[in-house]
Design a protein around this ligand. Structure first.
Ligand SMILES: [Zn+2]
Length: 382
């Protein structure tokens, strides 16, 4: 391969490229793909990995469809590769060690080496695995960052959300002097495209609990308040802030993204892995005691209900523009519901109680509760 440098119209003499990743070469990605698929073919002769039984017909939320033994197929999750980032997954430490050995041997045969420094071992809800490659032990980590998202030992979202909020807050801080202090810019647009996109990166696949949503929303409103130059002492309600900025709360935006992704995966070809994983469940393994963990499918079901999308959503999702329109409508409805709730709550809080059992002995004010009466009593004692 040879290359030349093009600078302001002047082209240099061609020179040979003998090392490096050969960036800009059109053939290299294809060759790399061929090499790696052959390598994987040799590396894993055994059907090791995580088995998922799947069936794409019969509706996503119908649990009974996966009980039919003849209609389900089993797919194997073994290596998750994205360009030169690779992850091997397994249910047990011994199996993972076997897979690593196989992969390492195949790499050796093809003249590739695994960088032990850059490779880590990671487990969820299991003791940290002890994996060796070429007689050196891999570092074990509690949080693993893969393609920008953080997977944590406990398997929940807290660490990922904290990282996202941290990154978004960092970006927000960096833009302070350039954007937020400037009064001639459309700051909300900048916020939505720079800060919010960093905050919600990868949120399409989150199975988020209500407390995560509240956390994200309070960060969102804190940022918007700073942009508007409003502090808490100004006593401006959240609804007013959202109205001024012409945007919505962070309850509907992640839901919208999630449902858009759900539609995208359901439209995918049935032989593709994301589709098979969405429509499947682990072939073996038990659920622990206690409340079942929230899954992506459960969250999608909840979102569809909130967005008032009918049970035949799979049929609707086949038409991309109709699906988008439906999600948009649903998000508007959800926002309206939230607004009305918030308004009613505020109204209730600000209307004085007519008659209660908790009456102030000094001024005769009717308080809502005993605690309220005690708090009110302090005002007289000052
Ligand atoms: Zn009183």
């Amino acid at each position: 391969m040879s290359a030349c440098v093009d600078f302001e119209g002047d082209v240099s003499q061609p020179f040979a490229v003998n090392c490096g990743v050969k960036q800009g070469c059109v053939l290299a990605p294809t060759l790399f793909g061929i090499l790696l698929s052959t390598l994987l073919w040799i590396a894993f002769p055994l059907p090791n990995g995580i088995a998922v039984s799947t069936r794409s017909d019969g509706g996503l939320f119908n649990i009974a469809r996966l009980r039919a033994k003849t209609k389900t197929i089993t797919v194997l999750l073994r290596e998750l590769m994205f360009a030169d980032d690779a992850a091997l997954c397994s249910h047990s430490e011994a199996e993972l060690q076997g897979m690593c050995d196989g992969f390492n041997n195949a790499c050796y045969k093809f003249g590739q080496t695994i960088s032990v420094k850059k490779t880590v071992a990671f487990s969820t809800n299991a003791p940290p695995p002890h994996i060796t490659i070429n007689e050196s032990t891999l570092n074990t980590v509690e949080d693993f960052r893969y393609l920008g998202s953080t997977a944590s030992f406990s398997g929940n979202l807290n660490r990922e959300v904290d990282t996202r909020i941290g990154q978004a807050a960092n970006l927000f801080g960096k833009l302070k002097s350039r954007a937020w202090d400037n009064k001639y810019l459309t700051k909300v647009r900048i916020y939505l495209s720079c800060v919010l996109s960093a905050l919600l990166y990868g949120s399409e696949a989150w199975a988020s609990h209500a407390h995560v949503e509240r956390k994200l929303n309070s960060f969102h409103l804190r940022c918007l308040r700073k942009i508007c130059g409003v502090t808490w002492s100004d006593k401006v309600p959240n609804l007013e802030i959202l109205r001024r900025c012409g945007t919505t709360s962070l309850y509907s935006i992640p839901k919208k993204r999630r449902l858009r992704w759900l539609g995208h995966v359901s439209r995918m070809d049935h032989s593709r892995l994301p589709h098979q994983v969405l429509y499947g469940q682990l072939a073996d393994g038990k659920r622990g005691r206690g409340r079942p963990k929230l899954r992506f499918v459960d969250v999608c079901k909840r979102d569809l209900k909130l967005f008032n999308i009918a049970a035949d959503w799979e049929h609707l999702a086949q038409d991309r523009s109709a699906w988008r329109h439906k999600i948009h409508q649903g998000a508007e409805k959800l926002e309206l519901d939230l607004e009305l709730n918030e308004f009613a709550r505020r109204q209730k809080r600000h209307t004085p109680c007519q008659t209660t059992a908790f009456i102030c002995a000094v001024c005769g004010k009717h308080c809502k509760s005993k605690a309220g009466l005690v708090a009110h009593g302090r005002a007289h004692r000052r």
